[in-house]
Design a protein around this ligand. Structure first.
Ligand code: GDP
Ligand code: MG
Length: 602
């Protein structure tokens, strides 16, 4: 194998523009899978991906392709499209020299197209602009080519057209990948160095890593070490992913392969695997630090499952390096974890994977974004060891008199919308405390709008609202814009005078009255009537901003049955007992667990 015959590339696109379908076609044409409908979306291996039709994990596939009588090794890295998983995209591009920028010829450029294009530019990758779905009767390739030209300055003559569904133009695309994307610029004769871009756990073989070899070569049995430690290991497993494992004895610089060092060998994303001869410090990982956008508490449904859940979270966190996990405890929910996510979808997918892949059921508290606090008072600053702290849970807020300034995270939101919705989009963004930036017309129908928005207004429900006010035609993506000073306050919920810690939130003062009323009204709906009257209060800085009362009620679900049918009666009682299990008790009030997840959503 010659490094000049290697091409490492990724397909990037807005969600639903056809990455997975195109990946399937590439796998077929290179003989990896047989053409058939049953093979639909081979790279989407996780159950959650199949169900949701989204790609969560970046998966690689090594393909052989013969062009001009020369045999090439094409390493395709399929990437997720959703904003929440952009760190998976970022990781996969570190191993690539080029990307196929896929754009739906019917929909045109969407918000994530803009995001992935700028990511490819920043990483100096060769971009192969490709229109997909040209089989659709409403596809308008010329119009999308002119959008690509006006927004990204792309020469329309360089734009390819394919139908991933029908397999049209896929051969031409493979040729463009070979002729336009350069081979990896690496030295196969240097000492071995590889960069870990993904890890997963195997029951019997321990941690398995997806590694991009950027110098030298590696063989089964070779002595290696992690950059982060001096301990030596022997390479135990080596395979190409096609996408199923194909064991190999040796791999060279430029390849993307699976490496395993055995059950005690370890391995983590971003680390470097080195030949034992390497002495000098390798350059630091090109990966950007992960910014967690959303935090939530995760607790076992029952404390007896704590160890089991802990194990499941550890294993999943290994495969999903984007999460941060810290120990947390809650008076109502017991011992658990505070987990940081990239966004709400990431949070949903994480808990779904816990359940599906690890059979672990968890309770989640309402999500919140991180805040920065500037402290005042020498004693307090000394206690915290700094005059600035990051709060990932509203309960960590110091007393108001110790707070000099609150800061909240802002993002720059990019929205691409048909012109007729500009007014509605502007109203939505202003409602969410947005500040408009200059907009740009893509053509006479579509406009790119940008706003500076508080992250807290974006992570909860923004995307769904945008979709509904624009009949699904607008798309959205955001990028981090750092912390900015803001007028914030902590809003607490009391049930019969008892603080429910899990329901505290941090809100903007302009929203205090509104949030207080909305929260109490929603809680009134969600908490069932009980034997005692329940007073729900929303309190900030010692003042009650809203109050609701749930009248006492004796619940007897069997009352409406006339005694006769014993089996039905038993069934109902059993259902009621199961319903009770799903409750948490706070000051003798039973609160459905779902409340902790749902109430702070809009
Ligand atoms: P991804 O989110 O980018 O991975 O997109 P998928 O590959 O899952 O495709 C999204 C939808 O578009 C699916 O329903 C595909 O069947 C459909 N699709 C993908 N490529 C084509 C194409 O070339 N033509 C048509 N008509 N539909 C396509
Ligand atoms: Mg997909």
């Amino acid at each position: 194998l010659d490094r000049k015959k290697i091409r490492n590339f990724s397909i990037v696109a807005h969600v639903d523009h056809g990455k997975s379908t195109l990946a399937d076609r590439l796998l077929e044409i290179t003989g990896v899978i047989k053409p058939s409908n049953e093979n639909a979306q081979v790279l989407d291996q996780l159950q959650v991906e199949k169900e949701r039709g989204i790609t969560v994990k970046a998966v690689t596939a090594s393909l052989n392709y013969t062009y001009n009588n020369e045999s090439y090794l094409l390493n395709l890295i399929d990437t997720p499209g959703h904003v929440d998983f952009s760190n998976e995209v970022v990781r996969s591009v570190t191993a690539c020299q080029g990307v196929v920028l896929l754009v739906d010829a019917n929909e045109g450029i969407q918000a994530q197209t803009v995001a992935v294009h700028s990511l490819a530019k920043r990483n100096n990758l060769t971009i192969i602009p490709t229109l997909n779905k040209v089989d659709l009767p409403r596809a308008d390739p010329d119009k999308v080519k002119s959008q690509l030209n006006s927004l990204f300055n792309i020469d329309p003559n360089l734009v390819l057209s394919v139908s991933a569904k029908k397999g049209w133009g896929v051969k031409e695309l493979l040729e463009a990948i070979i002729t336009r994307i350069p081979p990896p610029d690496v030295d196969p004769n240097a000492h071995f160095k590889a960069h870990i871009i993904d890890t997963w756990h195997d029951k019997y073989r321990g941690v398995l890593c997806l590694a991009y070899i950027h110098a030298g070569s590696v063989e089964i049995g070779q002595a290696v070490k992690w950059q982060s430690s001096t301990k030596q290991h022997a390479v135990k497993y080596l395979a190409m992913l096609r996408p199923t494992e194909e064991p190999i004895n040796k791999a060279i610089a430029g390849q993307v392969v699976m490496v395993g060092l055995g059950p005690k060998g370890g391995g983590s994303v971003g680390d470097h695997l080195l030949s034992v001869e390497v002495q000098e410090n390798t350059q630091s990982s090109p990966l950007q630090a992960i910014k967690h956008m959303v935090y939530a508490g995760i607790f076992p449904a029952d404390q007896s499952q704590h160890v089991f859940l802990s194990d499941a979270i550890k294993k999943l966190a290994l495969n999903d390096s984007a999460v941060s996990v810290n120990v947390d405890s809650s008076p109502a929910l017991g011992q658990g974890w505070r987990v940081g996510f990239l966004g709400l979808l990431h949070l949903d997918v994480f808990t779904q994977r816990l359940l599906q892949e690890h059979k672990a059921e968890a309770i989640l508290t309402a999500p919140s974004v991180p805040y920065k606090i500037k402290l005042k008072g020498a004693k307090i600053i000394k206690q915290y060891k700094s005059d600035e702290i990051i709060i990932t849970n509203p309960l960590q807020l110091p007393e108001p008199q110790h707070i000099e300034e609150y800061y909240e995270p802002l993002v720059i939101g990019t929205i691409i919308t048909p012109v007729e919705y500009i007014g509605a989009v502007t109203t939505l963004c202003m409602d969410r405390r947005g500040v408009p930036l200059p907009s740009k017309a893509l053509d006479d129908q579509m406009t790119l709008m940008q706003f500076v928005l508080p992250l807290s207004e974006v992570v909860i429900d923004f995307h769904d609202t945008l979709k509904s006010i624009t009949s699904g035609f607008a798309s959205f993506d955001y990028q981090d814009h750092g912390f900015h000073a803001s007028a914030l306050v902590r809003l607490d919920i009391l049930l019969n005078g008892t603080l429910v810690e899990e329901l505290s939130s941090i809100v903007h003062t302009s929203r205090l009255q509104y949030s207080a009323r909305r929260l109490t009204e929603k809680l009134k709906e969600m908490i069932p009537r009980q034997m005692v009257q329940i007073a729900i209060q929303a309190v900030a800085s010692g003042k009650v901003y809203a109050r609701e009362t749930i009248k006492a009620y004796r619940k007897d679900v069997t009352a409406k049955l006339y005694g006769g049918d014993v089996t039905r009666r038993k069934k109902l009682l059993k259902q009621q007992a199961e319903g009770k299990k799903k409750m948490r008790s706070i000051a003798n009030i039973k609160v459905p667990r779902d409340t902790f997840i749902d109430v702070l959503k809009r």
